[in-house]
Design a protein around this ligand. Sequence first.
Ligand code: SAM
Length: 349
Amino acid sequence: MTGLLCYCRQGFEPELAGELNERAGAAGIAGYARTQRNDGYVVFVTDEAAALDQRLPWRELIFARQKLQILAELPQLDASDRITPIIAALEGQQRFGDLWVEHPDSDAGKPLAGLARSFGNALRPALRKAGLLTDKTNTKLPRLHIVFVDGTHAFVCVADTRDSAPWPLGIPRLKLLSDAPSRSALKLEEALLALLTPEEREALMVPGMRAADLGAAPGGWTWVLTRQHLRVSSIDNGPLRQHVIDTGLVEHLRADGFHWQPEVPLDWMVCDMVEQPRRVAERMATWLREGWCKHAIFNLKLPMKKRWDETKLCLDLFADQAGKSLTIRAKQLYHDREEITVFVTPARR
Ligand SMILES: C[S@@+](CC[C@H](N)C(=O)[O-])C[C@H]1O[C@@H](n2cnc3c(N)ncnc32)[C@H](O)[C@@H]1O
């Protein structure tokens, strides 16, 4: 069996399956999504796994925390020797630059963490002996992933290090600093890591730039922006934490984020207002269309039902109404719950 294996937030398998089915169909690649509710992953079965892998960049997948290409599925491993069949499945493969032994981030997958750790320690020397793993991590070479979905059922997968999440399980381990005004700060930090390439982070977020933060209280996102030395107009009727204002980079305006507009065009706008996603998408489109900001990061809260349909509808509505040539990337981040985060920047010519 070949195909793609993608991790997602537990409970969002139908959304990820819908996304993969639709994106593969649009790319003219035959296959089907195989999934079970609450598994925390989806397999997309296709004979054209390498072609599909190339057509679906990880950064452009909304509900996938990680994207792996399946080399083999080993559904009936013998618990007394799991190594031999894995080495056999890798026959003829080139050398890998790293090994990650993983499990889905689900109720059934989490108890496999101990097995994954100890099995990784046993497999690593066996792979090196077989010439399948470099002595030191080499990020220029493909990364080998062994994904246990139970103790005797594993997928042998490969990831391109330039086109996959650089974090085990697709989960960035971000530490909430003690002076962060809210846990929400982690959402914007993760968005910058997951939705922008390292080059974009360097080029697009430069000290001295000007930004607006709509729905800013108590100030988590504003604080993240000030740490990048941006000057921020923070819009919210609620209070901001004093130490955020004390940075000297922040102007707090008690106004309605759906009506306020900047007097001069800004570099960035970020928005974390809890509102109907269509209403937010429309307002965000107005900002881009009117040129009030160049780049934006905003959240869309998802409804309880038909979440994939609503996601598509809101993103299409945004793209239509923004009416410009834009790069639009959306992701359900690890720190997002019932929401997705969208990054928008002018399309590169
Ligand atoms: C999830 S909180 C934002 C958290 C913030 N991003 C942080 O990191 O601390 C949502 C905020 O949106 C604000 N909000 C909701 N509707 C708004 C509106 N129409 N105008 C301005 N702020 C609004 C609320 O007052 C609330 O403070």
